[in-house]
Design a protein around this ligand. Structure first.
Ligand SMILES: [Zn+2]
Length: 288
């Protein structure tokens, strides 16, 4: 989105990048992001990053701004901006419940909310991360008890490290891909340590690319994703999104990504002023 000449997860001379997933990569003269997002992004791309700490006021162009942990993966952030006529908060990709490897999310009050809608329909109801964790560990332990080698399909950045940490806590060794290992090294720099990575690890971690893989899996293979069989998601489900809205208490809502149209329709039905927007929309034009 563009806010006058500032990019929010969009390329612009001054751009804010919420987190290090490639679909949120931006280019610009100066990219504002957390230190972890900078380090993780630099695994795959260049760019001049201006590091910003959570909860510290800074200026992006001539707007006062502050970052809040988004809870989606290490370093992920939402941004609050002070505009001429009120405040705006953009969530980026976000999670209400705490994951083991992401900072605990926080949400400020704001007049206008731009909220992700990846899972913005009630049919997406996920178990809590702790419940999902129990299911994951039970699956792995059953496979190992039967002498099978479990394989988990996970997103290489964020989800892989979350799963590695969960298994570490339960004393189970893992065999991640080279890319997952690179990301894990950056996580370690920020205090998220893994003591369970070995070449002969009990659990094989493979890159998850498409839900289509689901049909061709053996009983000892599992996809770990909001779209997969084990719903340990680093996105908010519909009900988490509603909690976030209650916390921000916005007068106007814009929904973006995923089920943005459906989510806006539902919110309108609940009495909110809500509109879907495109990830390339000019927000400023919509506000004033
Ligand atoms: Zn993401």
């Amino acid at each position: 989105m563009m806010l006058r000449n500032i990019g929010l997860d969009s390329s612009a001379r001054f751009a804010f990048q919420s987190h290090a997933h490639t679909d949120h990569f931006v280019s610009g003269e100066v990219i504002f992001a957390t230190k972890a997002t900078k380090y993780l992004s630099h695994l795959r791309k260049g760019g001049f990053y201006r590091e910003v700490e959570f909860a510290k006021t800074f200026y992006i162009g001539d707007f006062k701004a502050k970052l809040y942990p988004a809870g989606h993966m290490l370093g992920s952030a939402g941004i609050k901006l002070w505009l001429e006529n009120g405040t705006l908060f953009y969530t980026g990709d976000t999670k209400w419940f705490k994951l083991r490897t992401a900072e605990k999310s926080r949400f400020p009050k704001a007049d206008v909310l731009i909220i992700e809608a990846t899972f913005g329909v009630p049919s997406f109801t996920f178990p809590s991360p702790r419940e999902a964790e129990k299911k994951l560990v039970a699956f792995v332990e059953e496979a190992l008890d039967r002498g099978k080698r479990p394989t988990l399909y996970v997103n290489q950045m964020g989800k892989a490290q979350e799963v590695m940490k969960i298994l570490d806590v339960h004393g189970i060794t893992v065999r991640p891909s080279r890319e997952m290992l690179k990301v894990a090294r950056v996580y370690s720099k920020f205090g998220v340590k893994f003591g369970n990575i070995t070449h002969e690890g009990d659990v094989v971690l493979r890159s998850y690319r498409s839900p289509k893989v689901e049909n061709s899996l053996s009983p000892w293979e599992l996809t770990v994703s909001g779209f997969g069989r084990l719903k340990l998601s680093n996105h908010a489900d519909f009900w988490e999104l509603m909690k976030i809205i209650e916390k921000v208490k916005p007068e106007r809502i814009f929904t973006v990504y995923g089920f943005s149209r459906e989510f806006s329709r539902i919110l309108t039905g609940l009495g909110y002023e809500a509109h879907p927007i495109d990830k390339d929309s000019d927000i400023y034009g919509l506000l004033f």
